[in-house]
Structures are given as C-alpha cells and as structure tokens.
Design a binder for this molecule. Structure first.
Ligand SMILES: C[S@@+](CC[C@H](N)C(=O)[O-])C[C@H]1O[C@@H](n2cnc3c(N)ncnc32)[C@H](O)[C@@H]1O
Length: 191
C-alpha cells in the first residue's frame, strides 16, 4: 500500500463526488489543470465554473480546455471566487481551491484568507448533500501561513453534524509542504 500524495488525493476525492451531468467549481483556475480535470469528470452534460482574478490565468485555462476540445463545458470567469454567488445558481457537486500564487506568474498575487473563507461559505450553501470542497493549502510562501491559519480556524468551527472536515497532511516533510482540507456536506447548514 502506498500513501497517496496530496495532489493525487485531491483528485481522488473530487472523482468520488462528481459524476457525469454535475456542476463543479474550480475556485482558482490558474493554469487550468484542475478546470480541465473537472470538465472531464462532469462529462458532456455537466458544467464547470472556474474563477481567477488574473487575465493570464483565464487565458491559460481557456487555452488548455480548447486543446482538449472541452471549452464548451466550462465558463472561465475573470473575477474573484468571493463573488461566486453572482455567477453560480446551480447545486454544486464538488469544488476545488488550489491556494497561493500562479505558478510561472506574479508571486505577489496570492489567494487571501478572507476571500477564500467568503467563497467557502457561499459554496457550502450551494453544495449538494454528499458534495465535497477540496482545498490544497500552501503555507510556504509569503502570506501563506496567515491564509492557512485563517482557513483552519474557520473550518474547525463548522458544525460537525452539517460538515465533516478532514485534514490530510504528511507531518514529517520539510519546507512547508502543501496539505489538504476537505469539507463534506452532510446536512444543510443553519443560515
Ligand atoms: C496555485 S494557483 C492555481 C493553480 C491551478 N489550480 C492550476 O491547475 O494551475 C492560484 C490561483 O489563484 C488565483 N487567485 C488569487 N486570488 C483569487 C481570488 N480571489 N479568486 C479567484 N482566484 C484567485 C491566482 O491568480 C492564481 O492563479
């Protein structure tokens, strides 16, 4: 038996909750790897909403989808995920956040605790029962620890009857490796 690494485990979790015909969200499109993965999972009858605040990321994501002929399965939105409710009306089966900065881009443009938490709240209300939100958290860069602490504080206090909160982490690795938080919605949350 081999312990699954963090990024493959994120995919395993998303594959377990997203079926053909579902709606899924990539909250941080970046270079489009996760958007493409979600577009493949939702199939021809499903749909993906992807968000990023950088034009470069939106362009890269659309390009990646086009390379695979899947550009019609996703809407790539140049806006922050904290405005998700403006765009997503459907029930969501699964969502992913890959936090931090755009690889190969400007390292000073990073996700931030406050906006990440706002997006998580909006997604929790749109998530199906049994749906999952996966967050891959990178505490190594400047600003990363603040975001990690804010997100952990928020998710640790979610009511356990409504949301199961998992932390998946290799605790003996050096140099602040990424770790994963997954939220599984069990029941509607109180307003
Ligand atoms: C680690 S990268 C994402 C990598 C991506 N999942 C991939 O497959 O390549 C993080 C991205 O989050 C974006 N970002 C930062 N703040 C954001 C926000 N408020 N809403 C949406 N995206 C944001 C950054 O521009 C950056 O492209």
């Amino acid at each position: 038996m081999m312990l699954e690494r963090v990024l493959p485990y994120a995919k395993t979790l998303l594959s377990s909750c997203i079926q053909e015909g579902d709606v899924a969200v990539d909250a941080t499109a970046g270079n489009g790897h996760d958007t493409l993965f979600l577009a493949q999972l939702v199939g021809e009858s499903g749909f993906v909403y992807a968000f990023d605040i950088q034009q470069q990321a939106v362009d890269a994501t659309i390009e990646r989808l086009k390379e695979h002929g899947l550009e019609n399965r996703a809407r790539v939105i140049l806006d922050g995920h904290e405005h998700l409710s403006k765009y997503v009306e459907d029930e969501v089966a699964g969502a992913v956040f890959n936090l931090g900065y755009l690889p190969g881009g400007d390292h000073s443009i990073i996700t931030k605790g406050e906006t990440t938490i706002s997006a998580i709240k909006q997604l929790l209300s749109k998530l199906k029962i049994g749906g999952i939100i996966v967050l891959v958290i990178y505490p190594g860069h400047e600003g990363g620890k603040e975001e990690r602490d804010a997100v952990i504080e928020f998710v640790s206090k979610l009511p356990q009857k409504c949301v199961h909160v998992l932390r998946y982490e290799f605790i003996n690795q050096q140099n602040n490796p990424p770790f994963l938080i997954a939220l599984e919605k069990m029941k509607k949350l109180p307003d």
